[in-house]
Design a binder for this molecule. Structure first.
Ligand code: BES
Ligand code: MN
Ligand code: ZN
Length: 496
């Protein structure tokens, strides 16, 4: 994979496909200005075929030897100013078009500096570059048919009028974030007989070796010995047992912020004895996408080596299976944070894994904690598949995380952490039950987590919707999306 800046005119690209991103108001003139002698003909053809440069609209044509690019694709930017997630998607559109036309190299021109792309050229270069790499991602490891295996485009050149060091570092940042997202996607897409808690531990150790993190991996027995009985219970019925993976990154210079990122790593969620019906079980190998985001962010941070920040990457991993050892409802278990839980549903396992990991993060004495989890179907009912639900106990942190997500081009929506729903978790035999009733399921799950963070500034991201792509979207094929990586990196770098 290569990303390069080029100051040559777009018509001189050596790429097989040239994509032009065009604003609706002025698309004809801008296309003509970029396409030289072919401009009039392509604009006329595109108009005849109904191209209006609406947002995400595409028109593609062969150039029949008239241009060194064998294909030109026009992509509409629409008429409003785009949000960062929409700008990121534009790179995905260009990349997908290249994939469709079997182009290995794709060149992109856009009005980088325009208000429609946010008015900040380098920010637009970063978002679109990220989209280009992500749009080319495929998970083809298990395909044996050569045509089906065909990879997306690998080399991208971005045509600009002039370049500088800041533009170069925008591309490098995009590459680092996209690499992290691809790590997260691969982990998500890996099938459950391969990606189990031991596999996540191995990947975590590999990241530590590559990037120089400290690594501490607690195996199942160690978790029981430490009193992490909730995380241990969830994995009790599985072959490999549970794991807590702890990686520590220490940036150069004086440490000004310490963060912990905590991911739910349920490598398969059958529901346990509160068994899921088979339709709902399908896809539950993606129930480790919170931990995939944490490990993906570790990859990005390892590449970027930000200064003045210490980051703890924590993964709470287990497979929620049925067996003679598996945990059951009515067990009463004591978590690492010292409180007791009456299990009333073994399918609410993610919060159990996270509870022990959050209590462990509190002990690390970090300033702030962010957890990510495919935690509740209720969150998907509330917000749909596009938005992550955010819950936060600290106003300053909430605006920081929202700002980081927006800068990164990920969609977050804040949900209420309303204490009035806490009564739903009341138990007569333990400090709390692990589930409430039907209503407000994403909120009661968040309130359960809140029990384990004390007064630490903490944000919970319920990624159950956007972590799993059902069909496909401009940035991702079906499967794990890698959502969360970009927000975590952006937050760690202090962007908003
Ligand atoms: N992993 C699921 C949540 C989930 C559901 C993620 C659908 C993605 C798509 C989680 O462990 C779970 O089973 N949650 C239950 C909670 C319930 C038992 C209170 C749910 O959402 O039904
Ligand atoms: Mn479950
Ligand atoms: Zn789950």
């Amino acid at each position: 994979m290569t990303l390069t800046l080029s100051t040559a005119p777009a018509t001189e690209t050596q790429s097989e496909e040239l994509a032009l991103l065009l604003p609706q108001s002025d698309w004809q003139a801008q296309a003509k200005a970029q396409l030289g002698s072919l401009g009039d003909a392509i604009v006329e053809l595109a108009s005849t075929e109904g191209f209006k440069a609406g947002i995400g609209q595409k028109f593609s044509t062969a150039t029949l030897g008239q241009l060194s690019a064998r294909r030109v694709t026009l992509i509409g930017l629409g008429k409003e100013a785009l949000t960062n997630d929409e700008i990121r998607d534009m790179g995905g559109h260009a990349s997908r078009s290249g994939h469709q036309h079997k182009a290995n190299n794709v060149a992109v021109w856009a009005p980088w500096q325009s208000a429609q792309l946010g008015g900040d050229r380098n920010a637009a270069l970063k978002l679109i570059s990220e989209g280009l790499i992500l749009g080319a991602y495929r998970f083809s490891r298990y395909l044996t048919d050569e045509d089906a295996k065909a990879a997306g485009p690998e080399n991208f050149s971005l045509h600009v009028t002039d370049t500088d060091a800041a533009a170069q570092s925008a591309l490098a940042a995009a590459e680092a974030v996209a690499a992290g997202v691809c790590v997260a996607r691969d982990l998500g897409n890996e099938p459950p007989q391969v990606c189990d808690p031991a596999y996540l531990a191995k990947i975590g150790q590999g990241l530590a070796d590559t990037h120089g993190f400290e690594a501490n991996i607690f195996e199942h027995d160690a978790l029981e010995a430490k009193g992490m009985n909730l995380l241990a219970a969830v994995g009790r019925g599985s072959l490999t047992g549970s794991r807590l993976i702890h990686l520590k990154y220490t940036g150069k210079g004086e440490i000004k912020r310490t963060l912990a990122f905590v991911g739910k790593g349920v490598t398969f969620d059958t529901g346990g004895y509160s068994l899921k019906i088979s339709g709902s079980m399908l896809g539950m190998h993606l129930d480790m996408c919170g931990s995939a985001a944490v490990l993906g962010a570790a990859e990005s941070i390892g590449r970027l080596q930000p200064e003045g920040v210490e980051i703890h990457f924590l993964v709470a991993s287990a497979a929620n299976m049925v067996s003679k050892e598996a945990f059951t409802v009515n067990e009463i278990l004591k978590g690492y944070g010292g409180k007791t839980v009456e299990i009333n549903n073994t399918d609410a396992e993610g919060r159990l894994c996270l509870a022990d990991a959050l209590a462990y993060a509190v002990e690390l004495d970090v300033d702030e904690i962010i957890d990510l989890a495919t935690l509740t179907g209720a969150c998907v009912v509330a917000l749909g598949e596009q938005y992550t639900g955010m819950f936060c106990n600290n106003e300053q942190m909430a605006s920081g995380v929202l700002g980081a997500a927006s800068a990164a081009g990920e969609r977050l929506w804040r949900m209420p952490l309303d204490e009035r729903l806490r009564d739903k978790l009341k138990s007569s035999v333990a400090d709390m039950k692990n589930t409430g009733d039907r209503w407000g399921g994403a909120i009661t799950a968040a309130l359960f987590l809140k029990e384990w963070v004390g007064d630490k500034a903490w944000t919970h991201l319920d990624i159950a919707g956007p972590a799993m792509v059902e069909g496909e979207n401009p940035l991702s094929p079906k499967g794990g999306s890698g959502v969360g990586v970009a927000t975590l990196v952006s937050y760690a770098l202090g962007q908003s």
